[in-house]
Write a protein that binds this ligand. Structure first.
Ligand SMILES: Cc1cc2nc3c(=O)[nH]c(=O)nc-3n(C[C@H](O)[C@H](O)[C@H](O)COP(=O)(O)OP(=O)(O)OC[C@H]3O[C@@H](n4cnc5c(N)ncnc54)[C@H](O)[C@@H]3O)c2cc1C
Length: 537
């Protein structure tokens, strides 16, 4: 069963190896363990629902608790402290587009707010209810989770929008296809959520971001059904399909998603290389993508992330042997680890391996084979469980991500890191910060930064400290040439920073789209932009 107050399946957990605990304690001091509210105690706080009875709507306390929060650090602290804030008044689980239309009509009659809910993995406050006076109905799309059609000629699969990652792949695999969309939240996040928040999967170098994979589908809006035809390319005016991407629930409920699928590749392995320093590693990453070597993934850890990953991996003896080997090859302190995915036919795979080895060698790269890379791939969807292990040791962990052009990568990365590292110095607190480049493009790349700090005296203090860090780093991102999000979307947490990026006219266009399909402003209040804020465009 899914954890009600954290990530994933409650039967599964990870623990922090001793070497990881020692490393963190050395960097940021001992952790501070805080208590965990019980489900019973939280359920007891849930107020009576304001919704009239409806056969498809669940109003029991536990269902409402389980849909009240996403997965940001602030959500985590809310769930652990029991201080949740507003709960939805009810949750519906439609099984068809007809049911969604019926729920939209009910919401209009009863003057409700609606929150479309996919897997609830938002890390930016998207699906959290807010209290603007109207009762809140959360619509969980999780029962619309089937492969409905596969057009093998066009390589387009149609799915119910609530299909989560594992069910997308397990329904395509026997037919010989993959979608190839693997966000780290793959276990729980859904097709509809990926489209609505412009998600990016770890192997987007081969398969593309969701923008490239989303071919069309159906959206049920308060003003009617929007059908997006699957056309390979078109010059027929602005692309309505593009308007649905990143709409974060404002245009309606996406009920069917048509995606471009790919036959399963003959060969796939993940390889690891180490570089002597960041300058050479970052240049090699840029050259690899600009030379269009056929990779499916490139992830480059900076020196602190490399050191942290090796410490958290456990197995100090094997890591010691690796470091001795790297030392002989001139790769020691300051080393940076690059993980590369190679996916394709046998011929493509061999050609790409040869090309990447030649290119990286000229930047001092030391190739170590596939052992570490394949281990990473094996565990890539379990890493989110580490948050639980860190929490148990008394540490809070969060991530920030952005993207920028290559000529600004170092400046932006250093600015984000130093802002976070020094962000709580006036409270006598150290923050451990490290970064990797997670998605690379010819023009630039994403920057993905993780920060860890020991919990404060209580949940509230920890939340306030997180808010200080998040706010100052977000301001630095948008004022230093970065986007407020490369892949996590806007939600409520990033909404204050969006106007810097889009400008006043851009925000007016975005609001205008919402107003056209949702004139009563029922959908996703305060996500993407403030609810009922008619004046500020
Ligand atoms: C541990 C962890 C790792 C993550 N890794 C990645 C990553 O690698 N790449 C990445 O892109 N993101 C990542 N995320 C963020 C998150 O998983 C994505 O934003 C994802 O796309 C959200 O999908 P979801 O189905 O959970 O949507 P939800 O969180 O339920 O909703 C997100 C938004 O989409 C809207 N929405 C959802 N379904 C529909 C629908 N059917 N119709 C209309 N609107 C809808 C919601 O209203 C909301 O505004 C990660 C999150 C976590 C917790």
């Amino acid at each position: 069963m899914r954890r009600w107050n954290g990530w994933g399946d409650e039967q599964f957990s990870l623990s922090l190896p001793d070497s990881g605990q020692d490393f963190l304690s050395d960097r940021i001091g001992p952790g501070r363990q805080l208590g965990n509210a019980t489900l019973e105690a939280v359920c007891d706080q849930v107020p009576a629902s304001r919704l009239p009875e409806h056969p498809a709507i669940h109003t029991d306390a536990e269902t409402r608790v389980r849909h009240a929060r996403g997965q940001s650090l602030e959500d985590w602290l809310a769930m652990r402290s029991g201080d949740f804030g507003p709960f939805p008044d009810g949750v519906a689980f439609p099984e068809s587009g007809d049911m969604v239309r019926e729920l939209l009509a009910f919401a209009k009659d009863e003057d409700l707010h609606i929150i479309p809910y996919g897997g609830g993995t938002s890390v930016a406050g998207h699906i959290n209810p807010v209290d603007h006076g109207r009762p809140v109905l959360t619509i969980d799309m999780g029962r619309m989770n089937r492969l409905l059609d596969l057009d093998e000629d066009s390589q387009i699969a149609t799915f119910g929008a609530g299909t989560p990652g594992p069910l997308v792949e397990s329904q395509l695999k026997p037919l010989g296809y993959t979608l190839g969309h693997f966000p780290q939240s793959f276990e729980l996040s859904t097709l509809g959520g990926w489209v609505a928040s412009r998600s990016s999967g770890q192997q987007s170098l081969r398969y593309g971001r969701i923008e490239q994979l989303f071919a069309g589908g159906t959206v049920e809006s308060p003003e009617g059904t929007l059908t997006l035809p699957t056309i390979p390319a078109s010059s027929a005016g602005p692309d309505v399909r593009e308007m649905v991407l990143g709409s974060e629930g404002h245009l309606g409920l996406i009920t069917e998603v048509k995606v471009r699928v790919t036959p399963i590749a003959e060969r796939e392995q993940f390889h690891v290389l180490f570089f002597p320093d960041w300058e050479q590693a970052r240049t090699a990453a840029r050259r690899l993508v600009q030379q269009k070597i056929q990779l499916s993934m490139l992830r480059l850890s900076n020196a602190t992330e490399t050191e942290t990953q090796l410490a958290l991996a456990g197995h100090p003896k094997q890591i010691g042997l690796l470091e001795t080997f790297l030392g002989w090859r001139g790769v020691a302190d300051g080393k940076c680890m690059m993980t590369l995915g190679l996916t394709g036919s046998k011929a493509q795979y061999s050609a790409a391996l040869k090309q990447l080895k030649a290119l990286t060698k000229s930047y001092g790269g030391v190739y170590t084979g596939t052992y570490l890379g394949n281990k990473w791939a094996e565990k890539r969807f379990t890493m989110p469980y580490l948050r639980e292990a860190l929490w148990d040791e008394g540490y809070a962990v969060d991530t920030l991500e952005t993207a920028t052009d290559w000529n600004n990568v170092d400046h932006l990365m250093h600015t984000i890191e130093s802002t976070l590292r020094d962000g709580l110095a006036d409270e006598g607190k150290r923050v451990h910060v490290f970064t990797h480049l997670s998605h690379v493009y010819s023009q630039g790349c994403s920057i993905y930064t993780t920060y860890v700090f020991a919990n404060g005296d209580d949940h509230d203090t920890t939340r306030r400290q997180w808010q200080r860090l998040k706010q100052s780093a977000s301001e630095q991102i948008v004022h230093n040439g970065g986007t407020i999000s490369h892949q996590h979307g806007v939600g409520k947490d990033h909404a204050p920073y969006l106007p810097v990026e889009k400008g006043a006219l851009g925000m007016a266009l975005i609001r205008g789209l919402g107003r056209t399909l949702d004139p009563d402003q029922r959908l996703s209040p305060d996500t993407l932009y403030a609810w009922n804020d008619k004046e500020s465009s």
